[in-house]
Design a protein around this ligand. Structure first.
Ligand SMILES: *Cc1c(COP(=O)(O)O)cnc(C)c1O
Length: 364
């Protein structure tokens, strides 16, 4: 049996009849960029996470970039973040001319270690950028406590619908950045992103920055970028948003099933904190002999992926930051041991059993 890592066609099959008419309506309107669909989606997204404002933009990367720009992060500034994440997290910091300052992760959740965040703060620290990796919120209380007046930005690209102590990712800090890349828990039909915040001035500034810094067209108060959400994406996302909780529950149910089936196997299953809702954008196990396990799964046509094979402090483009191998042992160990396996909502019982059996065939 072939099991893909993610099956977007299976989800589309259940939504086709709802999606086609809204896409048709946008095409009939010929209103493609921002506009009423985007405004309606922004309202619905803000209401969903419980934030005052949501501002749509072109990608999750741009959401982070816009948040940093709006918080005046620039040359000479430092941003404390994790080296175990998708590149965009740190790439945006560099893009605005600031310096990413990495600190190591907690081995159990793969998220940034709050005690190390505290130690990394200096006079130059202009923002703290935790990532809610794989769909589980970072331990925000001690991070916010360490931050004091320094703004904290949630990289929430993988965590829409996740919760921390009863509150949703999106309202856990000053501003949150979401991605609607097709493989995220809420995926569009292309690139898309959004920021959410309770700060009305910040939301207004981000809304201006995404259209070249003008509140009024052709009048530019500051230099922004072009990063707008398409009406087609907003229309599709509006159809999908009401299903998000159900999909995230299905992911979590698949995760629990794997936890049971892999108990006692020679792999470490992911830890879900008791004080939150882990929405499993990825189900990521650890194995000491990960590369051999991956070969075994590949040979059995079981989808899998390594998120992430090279921690950011060891990327070629960051050699100039001066971190060497050994700087962040937990991030480095994670990059050697992690393997993500299929956990998408439409995964059947039979498929999940097959994946687990195949892992156990290898690990015993
Ligand atoms: C996907 C992702 C991003 C970037 O989102 P895009 O929409 O692909 O630009 C940023 N951070 C993390 C942690 C992500 O997983």
């Amino acid at each position: 049996m072939k099991v893909p890592l993610l099956d977007l066609k299976a989800q589309y099959a259940t939504l086709r009849d709802k999606v086609r008419p809204v896409v048709d309506a946008v095409m009939d309107s010929q209103y493609f960029i921002l506009g009423p669909e985007v405004e309606a989606f922004e309202k619905e997204l803000a209401a969903y996470v419980g934030a005052k404002h949501a501002v749509g933009c072109a990608s999750g990367t741009d959401a982070i970039l816009l948040a940093l720009m709006a918080l005046n992060v620039g040359p000479g500034d430092e941003v404390v973040t994790t080296p175990f994440t998708f590149f965009a997290t740190a790439g945006c910091v560099s893009r605005v001319g600031a310096k990413p300052v990495f600190v190591d992760i907690e081995p159990d959740t793969f998220n940034i270690n709050p005690a190390l965040v505290r130690k990394a703060i200096t006079k130059r620290t202009k923002a703290i950028l935790p990532v809610h990796l794989f769909g589980q919120c970072a331990d925000m209380d001690p991070i916010l406590d360490a931050a004091g007046d320094i703004p904290v930005i949630e990289d929430a690209a993988q965590s829409l619908s996740a919760e921390y102590k009863g509150r949703k990712s999106g309202v856990l800090a000053r501003v949150a950045c979401f991605s609607f890349f097709p493989s995220k828990n809420l995926g569009g039909f292309g690139d898309g992103g959004a920021v959410t915040t309770n700060d009305t001035d910040l939301a207004a500034r981000i809304a201006a920055l995404r259209v070249h810094g003008g509140k009024q067209r052709y009048y530019h108060d500051e230099v922004g970028i072009n990063s707008r959400l398409d009406a087609l994406q907003a229309a599709v996302l509006r159809v999908k948003l009401p299903y998000l909780d159900q999909w995230s529950d299905q992911r979590a149910a698949n995760a629990r099933r794997y936890d049971e089936m892999l108990a006692g196997a020679r792999v470490v299953t992911p830890v879900a904190r008791a004080d939150g809702r882990h929405v499993f954008n990825q189900y990521t196990i650890r194995a000491a002999d990960r590369d051999a396990l991956q070969k075994h799964l590949n040979a059995h046509e079981i989808g899998n992926a390594i998120y992430y094979p090279v921690p950011l402090h060891l990327q070629k483009c960051y050699a100039s930051l001066g971190y060497g191998a050994g700087s962040f042992p937990e991030a480095e160990r994670a990059s050697r041991e992690v393997l993500s396996i299929p956990v998408y909502p439409e995964l059947t019982d039979q498929m999940a059993r097959h994946v687990a059996a195949s892992i156990r065939e290898f690990t015993g």
